[in-house]
Design a protein around this ligand. Structure first.
Ligand SMILES: C[S@@+](CC[C@H](N)C(=O)[O-])C[C@H]1O[C@@H](n2cnc3c(N)ncnc32)[C@H](O)[C@@H]1O
Length: 250
């Protein structure tokens, strides 16, 4: 007999035959459909709550319009963490990007969800961004929290806390917060093993999904925005991964 939970598993959980799932909708709805303990590594980049608007301009040459504001970015977006804890496997790892000025809110929410906060990780982007050109430092790094559900011990070499990878050139961005594949490879490589399931609730360009599949992991990801979803799909079309990905719309 097929129970409701096995039906759910077959629809929203990636499998060896269909290792990539893209859910176009709200990550909280996706989480509600996922069974307990199914994600080994959640590598994600939520809205920080800083009302971010990219200064990267429209690139006519590449037929790319300017970027709009990020959804749910008015206050630190942490509501998903409680249900994420439920769907993480024992020993499941969370890598969550955040910004320095919302550090306390993210740390508190990660702990309140039940995770053990272990480390702060730094991505050195090897080139600075824009910001306050006259009165602020040229920001060259991004921050991540590393947290665990219970305990996880390294399967390979103990990783260091600084990751050095060139950021994506602004002309090549398909999403204002797009991360480079090499950084995601590095993070997925040290914090998961082949065959494990990676989750990214805030898919954006779907780079995490791409990196995970190329590294022999399964991946489930969600993206709320229509424009971001379409741009992410268009980018994935240039890879040869489409046959391994299933799209589910809310
Ligand atoms: C900081 S960006 C992630 C960018 C991504 N790391 C990349 O490399 O492209 C956050 C994304 O989360 C999406 N988002 C906001 N609220 C969401 C929600 N409730 N469920 C799913 N996606 C959401 C936004 O549309 C945005 O694209």
């Amino acid at each position: 007999m097929t129970t409701r939970s096995t039906q759910k598993m077959s629809k929203y959980l990636p499998t060896d035959q269909r290792p990539g799932i893209i859910y176009h909708g709200d990550c909280n709805h996706l989480l509600a459909e996922l069974p307990d303990g199914c994600i080994d590594l959640c590598l994600t980049d939520p809205p920080y709550g800083i009302n971010f608007k990219s200064k990267v301009k429209r690139v006519a040459k590449f037929k790319r319009p300017g970027f709009r504001k990020i959804a749910n970015d008015k206050t630190p977006y942490t509501v998903w963490l409680a249900d994420l804890y439920r769907v993480m496997a024992p020993g499941g790892r969370l890598i969550c990007f955040y910004r320095w000025d919302v550090q306390e809110q993210f740390a508190e929410a990660i702990r309140a969800a039940g995770f053990k906060l272990k480390d702060q990780l730094i991505w050195d982007k090897m080139a600075h961004g824009t910001g306050d050109l006259k009165g602020g430092f040229g920001s060259q790094h991004e921050l991540m929290f590393y947290a665990v559900k219970g305990r996880y011990t390294w399967k390979g070499k103990r990783p260091k806390t600084v990751f050095r990878h060139m950021k994506v050139n602004s002309q090549n961005l398909t999403h204002p917060n797009e991360k480079p594949l090499a950084l995601l490879d590095d993070l997925i490589g040290c914090c998961s093993t082949p065959g494990e399931t990676v989750g990214d609730l805030f898919g954006g360009s779907y780079k995490t999904l791409q990196a995970a599949l190329l590294m022999g992991r399964k991946c489930v990801t969600s993206e709320l925005g229509d424009v971001e979803h379409q741009n992410g799909l268009a980018r994935l079309q240039k890879t040869n991964l489409q046959t391994r990905i299933q799209l589910i719309s809310a």
